[in-house]
Design a protein around this ligand. Sequence first.
Ligand code: SF4
Length: 342
Amino acid sequence: MTQTEAQPVPPPPSGPAQLLEVRDLHVEFRTRDGVAKAVNGVSLDVGEGETLAVLGESGSGKSVTAQAVMGILDTPPGRITGGRILFEGRDLLKLSAEERRTVRGARMAMIFQDALSALNPVLSVGYQLGEMFRVHRGTSRKEAKAKAVELMERVRIPAARARVDDYPHQFSGGMRQRIMIAMALALEPRLIIADEPTTALDVTVQAQVMELLADLQREYRMGLVLITHDLGVVADVADKIVVMYAGRIVESAPVRELYRTPAHPYTKGLLDSIPRLDQKGQQLDAVKGLPPSLLRIPPGCSFHPRCPMARPVCHADEPPLYEAGRGRASACHFWEELLDAE
Ligand code: SF4
């Protein structure tokens, strides 16, 4: 972590309607084989105290969207080519690199999938947690260590005081992920983006870490964006979901509505592939085929080569994101058929 000087955080303009508003975001990657359109016109909102799950397979653009919001896109080759990212009413794309870093440190934070590579292996976890306070708040070394213990207790690490000088490799995968959560929480940000925070963990530990995140989100009334490829892990914690495919949002809905009746065949395929305890041994109906290359997104509906409902119009006409009522939207020409099947 860089030893930058503490920077005052400029106050946000009063009364933003939302914590985070992303509007018509476009991100491209220049590769040797051409331009990959990783994010194509994504818009989403996250309110104070709200949890948004962003769901999609790898290559759907979900992590790139998160990186663009955090200002950590790999540039080049990645480039934001259009859109706006408003956070607490400020357009992040108009801030200087220094202002952006300050917002990122104090107002928004990110939790990564792989805690082991995100943490420094040669520094104790207490030092790394304390560094947040020393760098951003100018806290003394002794006080920073006390705060590190406090944070470890907050994320329910047993015997925190005795373990504050341990190194990352001395903790289990689940405990390391708790330390990542503690680091993200240190400066009490208003928004946390968690990119596949439990993917590397076994199922029981996944549930515990997800429960911890949800508890802390409620306690701090933060906005939380959960990036995941697994619909099963977000059902109990998210308020609303956006489903991404080939760089676009194909469905967005309040979580219960989406689970009850998906309004897009892709979401339906993902839901059908979640194992259910009451139907042991049943064959899971995963979405067949692979997502398209972002260098060659199919014309018309980008999902048509995999869609069991595809018709001739789907090959030619790209569906817009239709308003489907009850706070939901679907990029399928035939969304009404799916909802009528309710
Ligand atoms: Fe399937 Fe056509 Fe709907 Fe696309 S528009 S999801 S291909 S039915």
